[in-house]
Design a protein around this ligand. Structure first.
Ligand SMILES: [Zn+2]
Length: 310
């Protein structure tokens, strides 16, 4: 790839931690470790509790102790992203309020968003992640259950907030793969997809949602390869899902992260790394071709058929 990373770093590694089940108690040990290792990554949050049918809810910004802890993380250089405004579905008005609160707490420069399972306000999610024959195949595979689960981009819906997403969110997570080096899979990222215009730029990441996946993927061999390739890895994780037991980080997770930290890597938050790659280029300049997007969708779909949901 030959990317000249800042300060002569050989590669870049960061994390997007979706906030499912997260409490101060069950994820703080992870962040203490990352801080010690000199890694500054991205943790997502919810603004509100509840919403319609919340799934996997942990703490939200309504909890003063949690809020304080997030602000403290941000002051240390971590990025606080958004994982919808709540764990349950929200209508436009509440999303608008939530974005205001999120921005007043964490500032205007927090730019990373990921969709959360089950929220009808998700943007270009479910069947809308893929196009053409892939959408038909996706609906067959999911028995049509993901057809009606994403309205954030539908202008006539109560859940529409596409215009706000365009205004306030710079980067949205989409496809996940097993490979560590996201630039091998998608050298175009962060990319703009003209068929999904309410998202400014998309990025792909490495699926480590479960601790087992993290351990299987972040082997020394794979990390060595990432370094040799001068690549970028964005690990998509749920730190509240088995990464910490009895206030201790899983020993093998700790070893992997220590090994990564010992390499000459750039360990900055997701939007910092994506801003660096984008070089202030416009959407037009970062537009992915239809053929390349089709390849990406196909690869994701085949991966999903083999390994299950993400
Ligand atoms: Zn989630």
């Amino acid at each position: 790839m030959g990317i000249a990373w800042p300060n002569k770093h050989q590669f870049a590694f960061t994390i997007l931690d979706d906030t499912d089940w997260a409490t101060v108690a069950n994820v703080k040990p992870m962040y203490d470790l990352l801080a010690t290792l000199g890694m500054r990554t991205t943790k997502s949050t919810w603004v509100f509790g509840g919403g319609e049918n919340p799934l996997n809810q942990g703490m939200t910004c309504e909890d003063p102790a949690y809020r304080e802890w997030l602000l403290n993380l941000q002051a240390q250089g971590f990025e606080i992203g958004l994982h919808n405004v709540a764990a349950g579905t929200s209508k436009r008005e509440r999303i608008d309020q939530g974005l205001d609160i999120y921005r007043s707490l964490f500032g205007d420069e927090n730019a990373v968003y990921s969709n959360h399972v089950g929220c009808l306000d998700n943007i270009y999610w479910g069947q809308y992640r893929v196009s053409a024959w892939r959408r038909k195949l996706y609906n067959l595979l999911t028995r049509g259950q993901h057809r009606y689960m994403s309205y954030g981009h539908k202008q006539k819906s109560h859940y529409f907030w596409g215009d706000l997403c365009q205004q306030y969110i710079r980067y949205v997570r989409n496809f996940v793969f097993n490979d560590l080096n996201a630039l091998n899979v998608c050298p175009e990222m962060p990319y703009y997809d003209p068929k999904r215009p309410f998202v400014n730029f998309w990025f792909v990441s490495t699926d480590a949602g479960k601790v087992e996946n993290f351990l299987n993927r972040f082997t020394r061999e794979n990390i060595d390869q990432l370094v040799q390739q001068g690549g970028l890895c964005i690990a998509y994780v749920h730190f509240a899902r088995g990464f910490v037991h009895d206030k201790q980080v899983h020993p093998r997770v700790r070893k992997s992260l220590e090994y990564i930290a010992a390499q000459n890597g750039w360990f900055a938050p997701v939007s910092t790394v994506l801003d660096f790659l984008r070089k202030e280029q416009t959407k037009e300049e970062r537009t992915i071709s239809t053929d390349r997007l089709s390849q990406l969708e196909t690869r994701w779909l085949l991966n999903k058929m083999r390994y299950g949901p993400s």
